[in-house]
Ligand binder design. Structure first.
Ligand code: SF4
Length: 283
């Protein structure tokens, strides 16, 4: 965990780079807008960046374009230089999971660490005052972290208001609780159903990964076909099963959650989805 600094300490430092990573999600975007309006001198110094996995929703790119225009500053687009399929083959065809998050490490964290190099850096993180979590996973000693929302008492309701009064709320929040790859394994059943309804072609692609044959090392006969059986994005079952469960739940509750338009007031009343997923992808 990098060392924490206050906003006052951060502003007083010289010879450091100031960076703010935008995930495509609401909190990091609101933080950039908040800093632009409340700390303009800091905004001038900050380098904004977005780390693209190549598996983002189209809505994320639209939102980033809007944000870039509003901030009046370029959002640097970083990437690992390779697509998900490349990394999947490096990891022997094993899909990432909450316990094996090679995707975040290879496609988010390493590109960020290359971007900052060995420069002394202060990274601004959008964890809010109403959250209790660690938001940062780089261990580089040259990186310090500042948490303006925590310091200034900014909570979830404030974040929605900041966005509503500026660039708007990213469109995917109508059916999804967080940003990230279209196949992100942190998605809930209802969100997989939302993906199927909103982006059927991406849902099919995600399913295709589950069914992909992969090599497995057999000690007696050498490498063999591992097949797709039992190999899913979720430990609860394959995507068809998750979607079936989500539909059954909708019917039982009489609410079509993944297609209804949600206002931020609705979303505030609902569960946030601030769980074990981490800030680098979902903030
Ligand atoms: S959004 Fe999800 S799938 Fe994508 S890199 Fe982050 S944890 Fe991995």
């Amino acid at each position: 965990m990098s060392r924490k600094v206050t906003l006052a300490e951060a502003s007083a430092k010289s010879g450091v780079r100031h960076v703010l990573g935008l995930s495509g999600g609401k909190d990091s975007a609101a933080l950039a807008i908040y800093i632009r309006d409340k700390y303009p001198a800091l905004h001038d110094k900050i380098e904004y960046f977005f780390t693209d996995t190549g598996a983002e929703l189209a809505e994320v790119y639209e939102f980033l374009d809007r944000l870039e225009a509003f901030l009046g500053k370029k959002i640097e687009r970083l990437s690992s230089g390779k697509d998900f399929d490349h990394w999947l083959s490096v990891y022997n065809g094993f899909l990432p999971s909450a316990k094996q998050r090679w995707c975040t490490r290879e496609m988010k964290l390493k590109p960020f660490e290359r971007f900052v190099g060995n420069d002394p850096v202060i990274s601004y993180i959008g964890i809010r005052a109403d959250e209790d979590r660690e938001g940062y996973i780089s261990h580089k000693e040259t990186i310090e972290a500042a948490f303006p929302f925590m310091e200034d008492g900014i909570v979830r309701e404030d974040v929605f208001r900041i966005l509503e009064e500026s660039v708007g709320i990213p469109a995917y929040y109508e059916w999804r609780s967080r940003s990230g790859c279209y196949f992100c394994f942190f998605q809930r059943q209802g969100e997989w159903l939302g993906l199927k309804r909103r982006h059927p072609e991406l849902f099919e692609k995600a399913k295709e990964y589950e069914n992909r044959p992969r090599e497995r090392y057999d000690w007696e006969s050498g490498k063999g076909d591992g097949g797709g059986i039992g190999y899913t994005w979720s430990s609860r079952g394959d995507l068809d099963y998750l979607v079936e469960r989500a539909i059954a739940r909708e019917q039982a509750e009489g609410v079509i959650t993944s297609t209804k338009h949600q206002t931020w007031q609705n979303m505030l009343a609902a569960d946030d989805g601030d769980d074990e997923s981490c800030a680098i992808c979902h903030l």
